[in-house]
Design a protein around this ligand. Structure first.
Ligand code: ZN
Length: 232
C-alpha cells in the first residue's frame, strides 16, 4: 500500500488542562533544561520508558481508540462507512508492534484510505515514536561517550541521531503544528533544546501517563497527510 491519497485532518485533540504554566522552563540559566537533566534525570528515565512493556501495550490500546474514533467519523470524502485496513509496520527500537492501524472507505468508487493519528508511529520514521522523542531529548544533556553507549544499546547510528536532531530543530520547529502549539506553553519552550524542553515541560521523566500525554500531543503530526510537511 502506498502513501498517496490519504485524507486525514490536522486537528488538535482536545487537551484542555495539559499545559500547566508552572511546568514551563526558562530557556537558559541555572535552571536550564540541560542543568536539570544532568542533575536530576541522567539517562535512566529514558531507558526505563524504552523497556516498559506496559507502556507499549498502553500505546497500542490508545492507537486502537484513536482508530475507532476515526472510524466512527466515517469517510471525510463521501460519508461512507470506514472499515479497518491495517498494514504491516514493524518499528525499530524495542516495542514488538507489527501493524499500523488504518481505515479504508467501504464505498465502491471511493475506497479512500484514512490513517488515524498514532502515539506509536511518528510519520514514516523507522523507529518507534517514543524512541525518536526520548533519545533525541537525551542527547542534549549527555557527553559524547554516553551518547555513544546509548546508540550502541539501541542500535541507532550516528547519522540517524544527527538527522533526528536537525529535524526537531528545523522542520519540526518550522511546522504549522508547532507554530500553533508552541503558544500553549508559558513560559515559551526553548526551541534549541527540543525535544528535551518538551519532555521536561510534560514531566515525562518518571511518569508513564505524562509520556503518553506528550505522545498524544504529537499525534496530529503522525498522519501521512500531516507528515508531508515534515519531510525534506
Ligand atoms: Zn469514501
Amino acid at each position: 500500500m502506498g502513501d498517496g491519497g490519504w485524507v486525514v485532518s490536522l486537528d488538535f485533540p482536545e487537551q484542555p488542562d495539559r499545559w500547566n504554566p508552572r511546568r514551563g522552563l526558562p530557556c537558559e540559566g541555572f535552571f536550564s533544561p540541560i542543568y536539570v537533566l544532568k542533575n536530576r534525570l541522567e539517562e535512566n528515565w529514558c531507558q526505563c520508558h524504552l523497556a516498559d512493556q506496559h507502556l507499549f501495550q498502553l500505546l497500542e490500546k490508545v492507537d486502537a481508540d484513536l482508530t475507532e474514533q476515526k472510524r466512527q467519523e466515517g469517510c471525510l470524502l463521501c460519508g461512507g462507512t470506514l472499515h479497518r485496513s491495517d498494514y504491516d509496520r514493524k518499528p525499530r527500537g524495542g516495542p514488538q508492534w507489527d501493524t499500523r492501524f488504518s481505515l479504508c472507505c467501504a464505498r465502491v468508487g471511493c475506497r479512500r484510505r484514512h490513517t488515524p493519528p498514532s502515539v506509536r508511529f511518528l510519520g514514516r520514521r523507522v523507529y518507534a515514536g517514543l524512541v525518536v522523542v526520548l533519545v533525541s531529548a537525551m542527547i542534549h544533556g549527555l557527553k559524547p561517550p554516553r551518547v555513544q553507549r546509548l546508540r550502541e544499546v539501541l542500535g541507532i547510528d550516528r547519522r540517524t541521531l544527527e538527522r533526528w536532531r536537525q529535524w526537531w530543530l528545523g522542520l519540526f520547529v518550522g511546522s504549522s503544528f508547532w507554530r500553533e502549539a508552541r503558544a500553549r506553553f508559558m513560559p515559551p519552550l526553548c526551541p534549541k533544546t527540543l525535544p528535551l524542553s518538551l519532555c521536561l515541560s510534560f514531566a515525562v521523566e518518571d511518569r508513564r501517563d505524562r509520556l503518553l500525554d506528550l505522545l498524544r500531543f504529537l499525534a496530529p503530526i503522525t498522519t501521512p497527510t500531516a507528515w508531508k510537511e515534515l519531510v525534506n
